[in-house]
Design a protein around this ligand. Sequence first.
Ligand code: HEM
Length: 176
Amino acid sequence: MYRVHRIQIIGPSNSESPHRTRNKNMDIAITLHLLATIVWIGGMWFAHFALRPAAATLEAPQRLALWAGVFRRFFLWVWVAIAVLFVTGFWIVLVEFQGFANVKLYVHLMLGVATVMTALFVYLFFVPYRNFRLAMSSNNTAQAAAALGRIRTVVSVNLVLGLFTTIAAAAGAYWF
Ligand code: HEM
């Protein structure tokens, strides 16, 4: 079992092993958790800092068609990432740490921000992204561009929140 936090396992008091206690289930859970983080946060980083400035050089019809293809594929992976983050996160807390009473502040923080991010994504998917698809199917370029702007705003907020969560989760064990 891996019932204590990393900081309690790694430390000068644990002279036998400087590494985490061996635990196959925890290894799988934390690896899946990190892969899901990379997919979601890394995808938003790529979209914001690489794809968006490159796509801005295209004419509106090509740019909107490009984003339609990107969203169709990426949002599917975001649903998968969210499911993996919540299932593995709750599994670690409930099975390995034996409940929320035993977890440190940064895990509560992670769950809180992850819930806000998920709510924002659900809104993005069912409101501006739906409007974007409707506008694209009726060839309404102006409406599609407006919906794209709203999607971009929500993704920017989620990117900041996601980076904050990752920093809190990765460094939190050493701070709190
Ligand atoms: C946007 C969503 C999330 C992100 C970006 C995120 C990110 C991370 C990262 C980077 C770690 C550190 C992994 C390591 O030890 O190297 C971590 C660990 C962890 N996360 Fe999350 N996480 C998210 C959502 C959640 C949710 C919803 C839960 C549910 C309670 C959760 C529970 C945990 C737990 C229990 C750990 C292990 C903490 C420890 O080892 O002390 N996470 N997460």
